[in-house]
Design a binder for this molecule. Structure first.
Ligand SMILES: Cc1cc2nc3c(=O)[nH]c(=O)nc-3n(C[C@H](O)[C@H](O)[C@H](O)COP(=O)(O)OP(=O)(O)OC[C@H]3O[C@@H](n4cnc5c(N)ncnc54)[C@H](O)[C@@H]3O)c2cc1C
Length: 436
């Protein structure tokens, strides 16, 4: 193993791996490593999500500008990358339904946001219930937003392919390797791996997902932020439901201010169907089971009580929502009932098998409020990507290109050729498209 690197990326999720993909094309002479504690890339949230390549209709163009722009460009980029590499990408659209007039007002707002974020008339349409009935007879609703520019994929497969491309271009992936300590030693980072080995790096990019806040804190950054984690659980539907609808169905979230999205009816890229995710508060970014949650309960509570999260967890509406979600975790039927409101044919008795759960980590500011957009922080030796949430997988490629461009502009890793090809794209063209 080389012990000295120009750059270390912490986190082999879809974000860290997308960053490595661009760096591997643009900065070939640099020594770069991606460090991932799991045995494979995309083992955590990036491989445990809904698998949708989302059109940016859910994102307020003012408050979630970065996510919306990245999602808009991400769609075309994943489509091209999947075609070239023969990876799964199904352009199957999505339907967002409202149950009542109040929800329809929200859909009207989503239609406006979708168009402001770049979708055209043919890509997003609001239908009334009789129009939708002709397309999807089993759905019960007041109205429906049909988003044609939405697709399904498997993000673990896409991430693995990006890793293979990056490795071919010289990036080192240290898997099964946890960053356990970081110290500044005379202008270089001394990074301890698995509590035993040491490597050195001039620069760190923190793309550590649910641990990114902890890593930032360790480097003295983002001290005014903390995070809370929510486990999103899925239930698998039996084969007899696979043709219930042609399209995945989402419903207008009841409490848009909180990251608790109502569960969806999901058609995965392989044609199987699932219900989920809910959002159960947990105490660790890896709180898939009770043992991990019990272990992390006290440290996390202490951290939350000493920070802005205290205001959120003592908020009455937050408590009610959390209790609802915990109930839907303990009782599968209460989660299925929420989908039954728009797909009445579903029988909770027939849904018996659990799917894979994924964990969402949301950042809270010192006022106790959830931060809506991604947070970027930096100093002269590190760059931190915090609160990188939905639709983070959709936007990972353009978002990463933008970050690398920003770092290159500062002269940190000067482009060897600014118009270099990065796989099927010219880097300068991606940047031009994102900036326009
Ligand atoms: C339930 C759910 C459904 C979602 N559905 C969608 C969807 O349909 N479409 C969409 O676009 N987005 C979706 N998202 C969002 C998307 O999955 C995330 O935005 C994206 O996966 C985040 O990627 P990441 O690389 O930042 O994080 P991660 O995938 O969490 O990767 C971070 C990596 O860092 C590693 N790491 C952390 N600390 C260390 C350390 N100390 N040492 C070594 N390694 C470390 C972790 O092991 C992890 O693998 C969903 C999210 C959730 C929770």
């Amino acid at each position: 193993m080389a012990h000295n690197f120009d750059l270390v990326i912490i986190g082999g999720g879809i974000l860290g791996t997308s960053l490595s993909f661009f760096l591997s094309h643009l900065n070939k002479s640099k020594q770069i490593a991606v460090i991932e504690q799991a045995k494979q890339v995309a083992f955590h949230t990036s491989g445990r999500n809904t698998g949708k390549v989302h059109a940016p209709y859910l994102y307020n163009p003012e408050k979630k500008k970065m996510f919306a722009t990245a999602a808009f460009h991400g769609y075309e980029m994943w489509k091209k990358y999947s075609q070239i590499n023969d990876l799964p990408f199904k352009e199957d659209g999505v339907i967002e339904v409202s149950k009542d007039k109040k929800g329809t007002k929200v859909l009207e707002k989503y239609l406006k946001w979708g168009k402001e974020n770049g979708l055209n008339e043919d890509e997003i349409k609001l239908l009334d219930k009789s129009e939708l009935k002709k397309l999807e007879p089993e759905i019960k609703c007041d109205s429906a937003l049909c988003v044609y520019k939405d697709a399904s994929t498997d993000y673990s497969i896409l991430t693995k392919s990006l890793m293979d491309d990056s490795k071919q271009n010289g990036i080192k992936f240290l898997l099964d390797t946890k960053v356990t300590d970081i110290k500044n030693r005379e202008g270089k980072w001394k990074i301890t791996l698995n509590d035993e080995h040491e490597i050195f790096s001039n620069f760190i990019i923190n793309a550590a997902g649910g641990e990114s806040i902890d890593i930032a804190h360790r480097l003295g950054i983002a001290k005014n932020f903390t995070d809370v984690h929510f486990r999103g659980e899925y239930w698998k539907a039996p084969k007899e439901y696979f043709n219930l609808t042609k399209t995945s169905v989402y419903s207008v979230p009841e409490f848009p201010d909180y990251p608790f999205l109502d569960p969806h009816w999901i058609i995965r890229v392989d044609g199987t169907c699932e219900i989920g995710p809910n959002a159960v508060p947990v105490f660790s970014p890896y709180g898939y089971d009770r043992t991990e949650n019990i272990k992390e309960f006290f440290p996390k509570m202490l951290e939350m009580i000493g920070s802005g999260a205290r205001k959120a967890i003592f908020d009455k509406q937050f408590q009610e929502l959390a209790i609802n979600e915990i109930q839907s975790s303990m009782s599968k039927s209460s989660m299925v009932e929420r989908v039954k409101r728009f797909l009445p044919k579903i029988d909770p008795e027939k849904i018996t098998e659990k799917g894979t759960a994924g964990i969402r980590s949301s950042v809270i500011n010192e006022k106790g409020k959830f931060v809506p957009d991604v947070i970027l922080m930096e100093d002269s030796m590190s760059f931190h990507i915090l609160n990188y949430n939905s639709p983070g997988a959709t936007g990972a490629l353009p978002f990463s290109a933008q970050i690398i461009n920003q770092l290159n502009d500062k002269g940190l890793f000067r482009n060897e050729k600014s118009d270099s090809n990065c796989g099927p794209w010219k880097f300068s063209e991606i940047i031009e498209a994102i900036s326009s």
